[in-house]
Design a protein around this ligand. Sequence first.
Ligand code: GUN
Ligand code: ZN
Length: 430
Amino acid sequence: MPGGRVLKGRVLSFNGDPSLEGPQAVSFWERGAVTIEDGTISAVGNDRSVPESVSVTDYGDRLICAGFVDGHVHYPQINIVASYGKQLLDWLTTYTFPEEIRFSDPEIAREAAKFFLNELSKNGFTTAAVYCSSHPVSVDAFFTEASVRNLRMIAGKVMMDRNAPEELLDTAQSSYDQSKALIDKWHRKGRNLYAITPRFAPTSSPEQLELAGALFKESEGVYVQSHVSENLDEITWVRDLFPGATSYLDVYSKMGLLGPCSLYGHGIHLSDKEIAMAAETGTGIVHCPTSNLFIGSGLFQYQKLREAGVLLALGTDVGGGSSLSPFATMKAAYEISQLQGISLSPETLFYAASLGGAITLNLGDRIGRVSAGYEADLTVIDLESTPLIRNRMKTAETLRDQLFTQIILADDRAIRATYASGELIYDRGA
Ligand code: GUN
Ligand code: ZN
């Protein structure tokens, strides 16, 4: 095993959804060792002695987990996080669109991509489904920086040909041509994956959505990402703009934009019929809890959608979302379900932020587990990162209680290290 690497610590991994499969969905080694070779996990088990040629990092009592997965986030909005006092449609016109206009400048895009990816790594994320701006240079900047870090990222150029400032508009044909060129340039180059990204139905003409559907059909292994049913005024607007559709999700369905490689942010106000349509088509819905609270969009029905068989992920949705932390995101998901009388378990939340998200992103056979054969995307969590957490951990006797303490109290100070493809990309101790 020359040149390999071993990480030692407490190791936690999921093999399935703990809310459906119970305790056997959770693997845990109190004194564990993760062996990495050529960017891939080659073994996981109890701590043992290793040959001297292998580099060993001992994280002691810290928890080694799969890197977190952010199923929905906008990198050009990193500078407008925490913008006051608006709900979705006004928030877009007041803060978001003016900021995204700046991403026609490759230097601005490159700096923002760097900052965003550094923040993501610092928070323990190793994969995200990312919206760029409508400018192809913003996609080049993002994938260039993702490639430097060897991260597994999904991203794409926002398509929008109406109801937005002139500087952000493309046309149905130019958005098709630009997206196609970006697929040729970036999709499956290294670990990069492309997502065809019509922003949401109100900013696309039917022709643009039709061409997005055609491109999806003709491009092997690419994704589609968009927004659905986030805000009540938005839903009314979609009904007016697309009178021939039976529902918001049906707009996308008619254009061939649903399926196992499709990711839709929010889905707060979906009807039972739309929920069934998402489940039947294998379309992923990404719950963005801090965003739903911050811009006042509503309470996502996590348990209802899960029980209906919908594939779910968690998303930060920065800058609508108020935090790039997986802990803040899990905490807000917990609180939103609490308001509906349902207590999501800590295991379910950690699963949703890792393997569950990976499965919904159609990557469940490559990332999201600490298991032999999986890509070595890992995060190391310090379970006693602040005095308050250290104090609370004294009485947190079960793994469940320890995970819950992190969900409620931890922030980026708890992320000790992040590895992408077996390489250390963030080290809090450094
Ligand atoms: N709907 C359309 N665009 C956006 C966006 O940028 N953020 C959020 N939260 N919702 C949207
Ligand atoms: Zn969004």
